[in-house]
Design a protein around this ligand. Sequence first.
Ligand code: CU
Length: 145
Amino acid sequence: MTMFKFLLPVSFLLLSIGPALADQGGLTFDNAWTPEAPPGRMMAGFMEIHNTGPDTVAIVDGRANGFGHVELHNTTMEDGVMRMRRIEALSIAPGQTLVLEPGGLHLMLIEPQRSFRDGDQIELVLTDSDGREYSLSSEVRPRRR
Ligand SMILES: [Cu+2]
């Protein structure tokens, strides 16, 4: 029993540290990655965003360490041509997992200020429509072929 009392505060401590890494304000971010790109080119951010909270969350802005600015993009086919369009928000409904992936929704990391290689981590901050910020890092990986 003494042991149990001793362990309990430790487990509370772990719980309070653990979610801070990935679960912030009802959003969790998984598998965030960025394909390698030639130096000087803008890069993309892909990930899965899961909303564990009770309210729809709209990501409306972002920034990335090492880049001038970040835009939210969608990829569409128009007359057989793939185009990227800037969008206003990424909305994630309660319980929904929004997938950002090649050929679809993505973050556009614009004006690189340095080069990034396979294995580098790009620090991202996403902002929702209530001004809450979500920090995560995106791993640079070889481009899929
Ligand atoms: Cu784009």
